[in-house]
Ligand binder design. Structure first.
Ligand code: FES
Ligand code: FES
Length: 172
């Protein structure tokens, strides 16, 4: 065991962590930082329950050793909302009631946030590709796909609503 002291940047805050260098980032998020959005499913990078955003890309935190995180910016489910206002993707999952046990939802939402940022006009094929390695043991796939489609609509609507403000800001 080799204990390292590392600084990681999570949800806009810096944290110093002492841990064995092979400790999966998922364990640090859940056990050291009490961020329980990312879930432990398979521990093998196969189910998607532990997904987080690293520099905006959806990745599986169970397969990233803490020593490999470096200065990357990590966002977990807890970092998506703005105060009391849910992220438009979270709102879509609530609006579509897309959950049974809810265990897979962290991964589904994180994958959708990454997709919406990368390709807000994603088509059905893009959606299925983005979620193809996210497992839902409850069989909620139909509702989850509906929530992803609604997420993209919500994100596009939010961009449109903000556009006039942003243009005004640029002209000032
Ligand atoms: S727990 Fe990480 S992919 Fe399954
Ligand atoms: S809602 Fe239970 S695993 Fe997806």
């Amino acid at each position: 065991m080799v204990v390292v002291s590392v600084e990681i940047h999570v949800n806009g805050e810096q944290h110093r962590i002492e841990a064995d260098l092979k400790t999966p980032l998922l364990y640090v998020l859940r056990n050291d930082l009490a961020l329980n959005g990312p879930k432990y499913g398979c521990g093998l990078g196969e189910c998607g329950a532990c997904a987080i955003l690293v520099d905006g890309r959806a990745v599986r935190s169970c397969t990233i050793p803490i020593a490999a995180v470096g200065k990357r910016h990590i966002v977990t489910l807890e970092g998506l909302a703005r105060g009391d206002e849910l992220h438009p993707v979270q709102r879509a999952f609530v609006e579509e009631a897309a959950a049974q046990c809810g265990y897979c939802l962290n991964g589904m939402i994180i994958a959708t946030v990454a997709l919406a940022a990368r390709k807000p006009d994603a088509n059905e094929s893009d959606i299925r590709q983005a979620l193809r390695h996210h497992l839902c043991r409850c069989g909620t796939h139909v509702e989850i796909l509906a929530a992803v489609r609604r997420s993209l609509q919500n994100v596009r609507a939010e961009h449109l609503a903000r556009a006039p403000d942003e243009e005004a800001g640029e002209q000032e």
